[in-house]
Ligand binder design. Structure first.
Ligand code: F6R
Length: 246
């Protein structure tokens, strides 16, 4: 079931997203948070940091699981998702890094790594999974065509995804070709999903997720069968929704 919240701008989106996270943390200071990287959650992470500094809210008992990590990018590379999470959130709150889980993009044995990550994840129940959406409808790095039954696995990134992410690298050739990602089945186990999307570039994907057929061609469409999905967008990303503006 979708709850759709359309905001004027990314500032207001971040505030609305923070209210959701705050609601979870107020009830459960040892919540399990599923986290994402990319542009979409940056404003939310800023609000979480502000709140931590202002109110002293502690993250020491919070457990986190990230959706994904690039394959064969050193953990300390400026564009690794490990570095992203440290820079945008973990370095600024009192989280215990022992409670942080991010797939190892440099594992010696990826079969073992995907099993290890899924096994670790299955010891917990994610209270809220934060995520963005790809312009092609991907969630995590589950690209179109990924089976809904997939658990954590290695995914070959589509050229469109590599192009979308090329803005963070010196050239398209530097964008990794593969990622380790939680699977769709892993993601669907979260109690609540908080999906953020802005700009008209995401409008088609948002409309397909909400109104389109449930199909592996649009991975996010699987969320139609999740009981609790909060979608926060700006007006541009919501512009192709049937009831936008009502
Ligand atoms: C990132 C992730 C991706 C992004 C998506 C949107 O951890 O799993 O699915 O959420 O590619 O990226 P942005 O937010 O940069 O538009």
């Amino acid at each position: 079931m979708f709850t759709i919240i359309v905001k004027e701008n990314t500032q207001e989106m971040a505030q609305a997203a923070f209210e959701v996270i705050k609601g979870v943390l107020d009830k459960k200071p040892n919540a399990v948070l599923g986290l994402a990287t990319g542009s979409s959650p940056i404003g939310l992470y800023k609000k979480m940091i502000e709140d931590h500094k202002l109110t002293g809210r502690s993250y020491k008992d919070v457990v986190t699981f990230n959706l994904d990590e690039y394959v064969r990018l050193d953990r300390n590379h400026s564009q690794s998702y490990y570095t992203f999470m440290k820079e945008h959130l973990f370095d600024h709150i009192d989280i215990d890094l022992n409670n942080v889980h991010i797939p190892d993009g440099n594992a010696a044995d990826f079969d073992a790594e995907v099993r290890r990550y899924e096994a670790e994840l299955s010891k917990f129940h994610v209270d809220v999974q934060v995520m963005g959406i790809g312009s092609n409808g991907h969630i995590g790095f589950n690209e179109p065509g990924t089976p809904f039954t997939a658990t954590t696995h290695i995914e070959a990134l589509k050229e469109s995804t590599r192009n979308d992410n090329a803005r963070f690298f010196a050239s398209i050739d530097d964008v990794p070709t593969h990622a380790v990602t939680m699977g769709i089945a892993s993601i669907m186990k979260a109690k609540k999903i908080l999906l953020l999307a802005s700009t008209s570039y995401k409008a088609k994907a948002i409309a397909a997720m909400i109104h389109g057929p449930v199909t592996e061609n649009c991975p996010a469409s699987v969320l139609q069968s999740h009981p609790d999905v909060i979608v926060i967008t700006d007006k541009a990303a919501a512009s192709l929704l049937a009831d936008e503006g009502h």
